[in-house]
Ligand binder design. Structure first.
Ligand code: NAD
Length: 475
C-alpha cells in the first residue's frame, strides 16, 4: 500500500490528538467529576447511575482496564502531587503504591453468583450493586484510595461520590478526574464518580444524610468510622491500627531486621498496616538492633527519646474537669523523613538513615500511639508469651494488623489466635499484607471494625436471591 506525505501527516495529527485526549488536565480545563457543591455532585452522579446501572460486566471491565492503564501512566504525577500537597510520605513509594492499586485491585472477576440446584428447582444468589456509595478517604493514601475504591465500586456496578480529606483535596480531585477520563475513554457515562472541589465536614454531612446515597464507606481514623457507623445506613468502616511486630529467637534475625525497617519506612510509615512498635526476645534483641542499624535505622538514647516526645507529641487539654491532659500526635510530623525529624532534636544523621529506633518501656508513648512516622520503639521481653501479651495490648483491640518473625509454628498460631487482627504477616515486611511482593489482592480500605477485611468489588454488593420452583434443575 502506498501512502502519500499528506496522508502520513494526517495520521500523525490524529495520533497526537488521540494521545492528547488521555493526558492530564491542562491548568484551565475543568476537572471531570469535580463540582462546586455536594448537591450538584449528588445530582450528577444520580443522573449517571440511571445509565450505568444497565452496563453489563464486560462494559464495566473495559472501564476498569482503562482506569488501570491511566493509573500506571500517571502514577508518578499523582505521587508527586500527593507529597507536594500533604507534605507526607515520599514520591518513590507513593508511585509504587499507585502501580500496586492498578495491578492488584480486583475487578468484575471478584463477583460470584451462587446457584442452588435441587429437587425443588433452581435458586440463584447474585451480588448486586447498592446504587450510589458515599466514600470518605484519608490524607495518608489519598489518590490510591480514590482509585482503589473506584475500581471496586464500579466493578460491582455502583456510582460513587467521594468526600476526600480536605488536606489532600487537590490530588484526590486529580484522581476523580483520572477515573472520569478513563470511564469516558471506555464509552461510559459522564460523572459516575464525583466529588467536591472543597470537601468539608459540612459536605460530608450532606453526603452521609442524602437519600441518594445507599451505602457509606469510611477509610480513616476512629472519628470518621464512628460517625459513619452511627449514620443509620449500611456502612463499611476501615479504621485506625497500631500494628505490633514480634520477633522471637527462632527468626532469621538478619532478614527480620531488614524486613521490619523496609515495612516501617514504606512511605515514611503512613500505611495503616506498617510496623509501629516492636517486641523482641531479649536473647536476640542486640542482634536485631544491629541488623536494623545496617539497614538505615538510627538508634537514639533515652534522653533523645524524651526530646523526641516533645517534638512529635502535643498536649491537648482535658475534655472534662478532673481528667488529665492527653498527649496526641503532632500532625506536622506525620509521614515526614526520619532525617528531618532527627534534625529537630539536634541530630545530623547520615544520608542513608530512614528510620529512628529506640529502646523503651511498654508504657512509653511511641509504643502506645499510632504515630505514622518512621519511628520504631523496641521493647525487650523475657519470653514469647510476654511479647505476645504486650503486642495484643499495644494493638488496642483495633483488630487491624500484626506481624511476626519466627519459624515456630506454635508461636505463629498462638499469636494469630490471641491478636485477632484482619491482617497477620509472618516473615516479611508489613506491606506483604496488602499483596505487595506477596500473594493476594490489594486494597487501601481494610475494614476491621465492620468485618469485610481486605475489601474488593464483592464488599460493595448486596445479595439478591432469584428463585424458580420445580424447574431448571436439569438432572
Ligand atoms: P482522618 O481520620 O483524620 O481522616 C480520614 C477522613 O475522615 C478524612 O476525609 C477526614 O476529613 C474525615 N473525617 C475525620 N473525622 C471525621 C468526622 N468526625 N466526621 C466526618 N469526617 C471525618 O485520617 P487521616 O489522618 O487522613 O488518615 C490516617 C488514619 O486513617 C490512621 O488512623 C490510619 O490508621 C487510618 N487508615 C486506615 C485505613 C484502613 O484501611 N483501615 C487506611 C488508611 C488510613
Amino acid at each position: 500500500m502506498n501512502i502519500n506525505e499528506n496522508e502520513i501527516s494526517e495520521i500523525i495529527k490524529n495520533v497526537i490528538a488521540e494521545m492528547g485526549q488521555n493526558k492530564p488536565q491542562s491548568s484551565n480545563r475543568k476537572q471531570l467529576g469535580v463540582f462546586d457543591t455536594m448537591e450538584e455532585a449528588l445530582a450528577e452522579v444520580n443522573k449517571a447511575y440511571t445509565l450505568f446501572r444497565h452496563y453489563n460486566k464486560e462494559q464495566r471491565e473495559n472501564i476498569i482496564k482503562e482506569i488501570r492503564k491511566l493509573t500506571h501512566e500517571e502514577a508518578e504525577t499523582m505521587a508527586e502531587l500527593a507529597v507536594k500537597e500533604t507534605k507526607m510520605g515520599n514520591v518513590y513509594h507513593k508511585t509504587l503504591k499507585h502501580h500496586l492499586v492498578a495491578d492488584k485491585t480486583p475487578g468484575t472477576e471478584d463477583l460470584e453468583c451462587k446457584a442452588l440446584s435441587g429437587d425443588r428447582g433452581l435458586t440463584l444468589v447474585e451480588q448486586a450493586p447498592y446504587g450510589i456509595i458515599g466514600a470518605i478517604t484519608p490524607s495518608t493514601n489519598p489518590s490510591c484510595t480514590v482509585i482503589c475504591n473506584s475500581i471496586g465500586m464500579l466493578a460491582s456496578g455502583n456510582g460513587v461520590v467521594f468526600n476526600p480529606h480536605p488536606h489532600a483535596k487537590e490530588v484526590s480531585c486529580y484522581a476523580v478526574d483520572l477515573v472520569n477520563r478513563a470511564v469516558l475513554a471506555a464509552g461510559g457515562p459522564e460523572n459516575i464518580v464525583v466529588t467536591v472541589k472543597n470537601p468539608t465536614m459540612e459536605t460530608s454531612n450532606i453526603m452521609v444524610n442524602h437519600p441518594t446515597v445507599k451505602m457509606l464507606v469510611a477509610t480513616g481514623g476512629p472519628g470518621v468510622v464512628k460517625m459513619l457507623l452511627s449514620s443509620g445506613k449500611k456502612a463499611i468502616g476501615a479504621g485506625a491500627g497500631n500494628p505490633p511486630v514480634v520477633v522471637d529467637d527462632t527468626a532469621d534475625i538478619k532478614k527480620a531486621g531488614k524486613d521490619i525497617i523496609d515495612g516501617c519506612t514504606f512511605d515514611n510509615n503512613l500505611p495503616c498496616i506498617a510496623e509501629k512498635e516492636c517486641f523482641v526476645l531479649n536473647s536476640v534483641a542486640d542482634e536485631l538492633i544491629s541488623e536494623m542499624q545496617k539497614n538505615g535505622a538510627y538508634l537514639i538514647n533515652a534522653e533523645q527519646v524524651k526530646a523526641l516526645e516533645d517534638v512529635v507529641l502535643v498536649e491537648v487539654p482535658p475534655k472534662k474537669e478532673g481528667d488529665l491532659p492527653k498527649r496526641v500526635i503532632n500532625k506536622n510530623w506525620v509521614g515526614r523523613d526520619a532525617k528531618k525529624i532527627l534534625a529537630e532534636i539536634g541530630v545530623n544523621a547520615p544520608s542513608d538513615v530512614r528510620c529512628i529506633i529506640c529502646e523503651t518501656e511498654f508504657s512509653q508513648a511511641f509504643v502506645q500511639t499510632e504515630l505514622m512516622m518512621p519511628i520504631l520503639a523496641i521493647v525487650r521481653c523475657d519470653t514469647f508469651e510476654q511479647a505476645m501479651d504486650m503486642a495484643v495490648k499495644a494493638e488496642h483491640g483495633n483488630r487491624h494488623s500484626a506481624h511476626l518473625h519466627s519459624k515456630n509454628v506454635d508461636h505463629m498460631t498462638a499469636y494469630a489466635k490471641a491478636i485477632c487482627t484482619t491482617i497477620f504477616v509472618k516473615n516479611a515486611p508489613s506491606y506483604a499484607g496488602i499483596g505487595f511482593n506477596s500473594e493476594g489482592h490489594t486494597t487501601f480500605t481494610i475494614a476491621g471494625p465492620t468485618g469485610e477485611g481486605i475489601t474488593s468489588a464483592r464488599s460493595f454488593t448486596r445479595q439478591r436471591r432469584c428463585v424458580l420452583v420445580d424447574s431448571l434443575s436439569i438432572i
